[in-house]
Write a protein of this length. Structure first.
Length: 486
């Protein structure tokens, strides 16, 4: 999943608000500077910027004025102007950590990352205990995708300012990209627990746990994130999936139902709602959801398939056939679509469509022996006996002990009045499946036709022990007993 990351606002070391100390001895300048500082203290930021801009215009080389104006430009998010204002200050005052740090923030705001890193390194060399430069260096390394360096910077920031949720969240990002997923989960989790109303922290923790394939641990944070932002599609879909995988289909249906109201344009929401409703045996509601998914995306293969299966389960075979036919058209390589088409056609005794569908499925995969057997039986039932025989023989080339195909081949020879040829495949069928009643009945007929009625009667008696209600076996046994023994 794509993770939503949060980059906290960059920390600033505020310029000193004490008495102005201009480099010149001009008392008037000192008074003007102090007056501008009072504007900053008491009036909106725009007024303070205007006051210092006027002062800078009158005294363009005065470093204190430049330092203040650069700081105010940072406050006003005019980082490019802050850079121009602060560079001379930082050069002239290499030991002024505030100036160095503010210039670093200005570089950071203009995405001059290498220059920003150099500035922040100067600051931490001057005072290793400052938190903000380490935090900002961590964010730069995130932007540059230098994950190990980001980990180091945020770990240092976390030691200097423990339990700051923004530091912990961004440390989690660094850990995750450095493939330290358990540390990432722990860091995100602490951030979320410290600030449980922050949806991004909860979301990040949940998604990294899902990435670790630990949905049970992720559930707490998914539920928290969902409570905070029930309209977030990724959160809702993920929560619904976890509920569904743990059998909580009612909760999954509630989540997907809510998402269907906030995101009615998303077919996957309607599809998942259909699945949840179907799991709850709410077939009518499931059908409505699947059809709504198809209103949004008429080519959604999963919705077409599931709707077809649902209709087939409800014995609406003709409607289901149309769905699977549509699926086969959209996905020509789908074997299952053809097999389901055949099953629906067979259920309404539509042998031509069933035969055509099985043939199409076998054209995609000739090794579908179950489909080939169904095709052979359908051809036999349709009177196409030679074609059925060909299919039975094709199966037996790959599966010589396939009892049903052997029985079909034996039946072909019986129908051709060749009981002698029928006997071997029928005996082979019983060798493969000694309780195959249909083969026992057919073999009994072959034995009778080759003047072995007592053996045939005995075989039918055994068949009726296995299947006492088999009408064909009972009819044949009654007829043979009446005819006597040969």
């Amino acid at each position: 999943m794509n993770l939503t990351k949060l980059f906290a606002a960059m920390g600033l070391v505020l310029a000193t608000l004490g008495q102005a100390q201009p480099t010149t001895q001009d008392v008037t300048l000192a008074q003007q500077l102090q007056a501008a500082i009072e504007v900053y203290r008491s009036k909106p930021l725009d007024d303070a910027v205007a006051a210092f801009e006027a002062l800078h215009k009158a005294h363009p080389d005065e470093l204190d004025v430049r330092a203040w104006l650069g700081f105010l430009y940072l406050q006003a998010r005019k980082e490019d102007q802050a850079v121009a204002m602060l560079e001379p200050v930082a050069t002239a005052r290499p030991l002024d950590l505030e100036a160095q740090n503010n210039l670093g923030n200005a570089y950071l705001g203009t995405k001059q990352y290498e220059k920003a890193l150099a500035q922040f390194l100067k600051v931490v060399q001057g005072d290793p205990g400052l938190f903000e430069p380490w935090y900002n260096m961590g964010n730069i390394h995130l932007a540059q995708e230098t994950w190990k360096e980001a980990v180091k910077a945020f770990e240092t920031a976390n030691k200097l300012k423990p339990n700051d949720p923004y530091v912990l969240n961004n440390l989690g990002i660094a850990y995750e990209h450095a493939d330290q997923l358990e540390r990432a989960a722990a860091s995100f989790g602490v951030a979320s627990n410290l600030e449980p109303t922050n949806v991004v922290f909860a979301k990040n923790c949940a998604f990294v746990l899902l990435k670790k394939r630990e949905p049970g641990r992720a559930l707490k944070y998914l539920e928290r994130a969902y409570r905070l932002d029930p309209r977030d599609l990724n959160i809702g879909l993920s929560l619904g999936e976890v509920y569904a995988r743990t059998g909580k289909h009612d909760l999954a249906a509630n989540v997907y139902g809510s998402l269907s109201q906030s995101h009615p344009e998303r077919a996957e929401v309607w599809f998942n709602l259909g699945v949840a409703r179907q799991q709850l045996k709410q077939d009518a509601a499931a059908e409505t959801a699947y059809r709504q998914a198809l209103q949004v995306n008429s080519s959604d293969l999963d919705s077409i398939n599931n709707l077809g299966v649902l209709l087939m389960r409800r014995k609406q075979y003709s409607d289901a056939f149309v769905m699977f036919q549509r699926l086969a058209g959209l996905n020509p390589q789908s074997e299952s679509a053809r097999l389901n088409m055949a099953a629906c056609a067979l259920a309404v005794n539509d042998m031509p469509n069933a035969i055509a569908a099985w043939r199409d499925a076998l054209a995609l995969n000739p090794k579908l022996h179950g489909a080939r057997l169904s095709l052979a039986n359908a051809l036999w039932a349709s009177g196409e006996r030679e074609a059925a025989k060909t299919e039975y023989e094709t199966i037996l080339r790959d599966q010589p002990r396939n009892a049903e195909a052997l029985n079909g081949l034996g039946l072909f020879y019986l129908a051709a009045n060749n009981a002698t040829a029928a006997e071997k495949p029928l005996r082979d069928a019983l060798a493969a499946n000694p309780k195959f009643v249909a083969a026992m009945n057919n073999l009994a007929v072959a034995l009778e036709q080759t003047n072995r009625r007592p053996e045939a009667i005995k075989l039918l008696e055994e068949a009726l022990k296995i299947a006492p209600n088999n009408e064909e076996a009972k009819t044949n046994l009654r007829r043979m007993r009446t005819a006597g023994t040969l």
